[in-house]
Each structure stands twice: as structure tokens, then as C-alpha cells.
Design a protein. Structure first.
Length: 205
């Protein structure tokens, strides 16, 4: 049975309308998901929504750092980038009076390069690199057992993506929002990181 031009036109029009409606429904669904995601506590508060454990076993809310710029780093003691502890300390010493903190999270997720206990890590950092910035208890930053903070940083922050190696850096502004991310090869004293930090610092009082 051959279709007339009118019938063919009607069929094609219906198909086009169905396609448009499906695309609109999909877009609406994504928008709804985005709205739900952005209205979640973590999206609203940024890193302030999370509680972590210090290297000496105390509970600490990251909301305690409200109003300060943060550099969150996953660290390791036996890595080719371990020497960045020195430049992290130098950066911290330079900017801490202007409202800056380095938050170091040791992790043993990459070729067993952080095998020590929290006590051993703390001793290593303070004796070899004279670190004075906050150190936190060992965490997992990828895979099963990933801590909530890193799940947020790698999945829901403005700079998502798996952690590729030790010394990946997330820059957080004074409102708790991630504003930049730097790979392990970018040193703490690099011009691009320092420039981003200058912008993220809280206004001078």
C-alpha cells in the first residue's frame, strides 16, 4: 500500500515531534539532576561540609577553616614528588598570615609510597621537612574506601576527575569552593599556582 504525500507528511511530523519531546524530557531530567546536585549540602558548603581526622586522631571539621584559602594535597613519603613538602611549607610560611592553609592528606594509593603509620608520617614530615601546616590521618583518595572529602573533590567539585598520583592539589577559596586543580608535576611555588592562590586569598582586613 503506497502512502500519499499528506499521510507521509503527517507520519514524519509525528516522528519529529516525538524526537523533540524525548530530547526535551532528557534535558529536563539532566537539569533536575543538576539542580538536586547543586542544592546538596556539599554543593552549597563546598569542603566545609566534611569532617576529617587529624594525624593525631582528633576530629576536625573543615568548616573550622572558613574564610581561609586552602590547598588540599594528597601526599606520600616515598614518592618522586615528596620533596614538594619543602615548597609546600615555604608557600604556607609566605601566605599563612594572609589567610592560607595547606591541608596534607597522606595516602598509600600509588605503588605503596606511603606505607608508614600516622605517627611515622608525622615524624618524617616534621623532622625532614620541618612542616608546620596541618597534617591529617592517612586516607584513601581513590577506589574502594575513598573518603567522602575526596569523593566530593573527584566527583562533585568544579574540577572532577580521578586522582592520578601523589601530590595532586586542589585550591579552595575562602568560601569553601574548589577554584583550581593542579597535577602532581605542578610545584607549589610554580607561577600558575601562586597566581591562582593570590586570587583565592580572602580580602585583606
Amino acid at each position: 500500500m503506497r502512502l500519499g504525500r499528506v499521510q507521509l507528511f503527517v507520519i514524519l511530523t509525528v516522528i519529529a515531534l516525538v524526537s523533540v519531546m524525548q530530547a526535551k524530557a532528557k534535558s529536563t531530567g539532566k537539569a533536575a539532576m543538576s539542580e538536586t546536585k547543586s542544592s546538596s549540602p556539599a554543593a552549597a558548603q563546598g569542603v566545609y561540609a566534611f569532617t576529617v581526622t587529624t594525624i593525631d586522631g582528633k576530629t576536625r571539621s573543615l568548616a573550622d577553616y572558613r574564610g581561609r584559602a586552602l590547598l588540599i594535597v594528597n601526599t606520600a613519603s616515598r614518592c618522586g614528588f615528596t620533596k614538594q613538602y619543602a615548597s609546600l611549607e615555604s608557600l604556607y610560611d609566605t601566605y599563612k598570615a594572609r589567610g592560607f592553609e595547606v591541608l596534607a592528606f597522606p595516602a598509600n594509593d600509588f605503588m605503596g609510597q606511603e606505607p608508614g603509620t600516622n605517627e611515622e608520617i608525622q615524624k618524617f614530615c616534621t623532622t625532614k621537612y620541618s612542616t608546620s601546616f596541618p597534617l591529617f590521618a592517612k586516607v584513601k583518595v581513590k577506589g574502594d574506601g575513598m573518603v567522602p572529602l575526596y569523593r566530593y573533590l573527584t566527583k562533585d567539585s568544579a574540577f572532577p576527575g580521578d586522582i592520578p598520583w601523589n601530590f595532586t592539589k586542589f585550591l579552595v577559596d575562602a568560601n569553601g569552593q574548589v577554584v583550581a586543580r593542579f597535577d602532581p608535576r605542578t610545584t607549589p611555588d610554580s607561577p600558575e599556582l601562586v597566581a591562582a592562590l593570590e586570587k583565592a586569598l580572602p580580602p585583606a582586613r
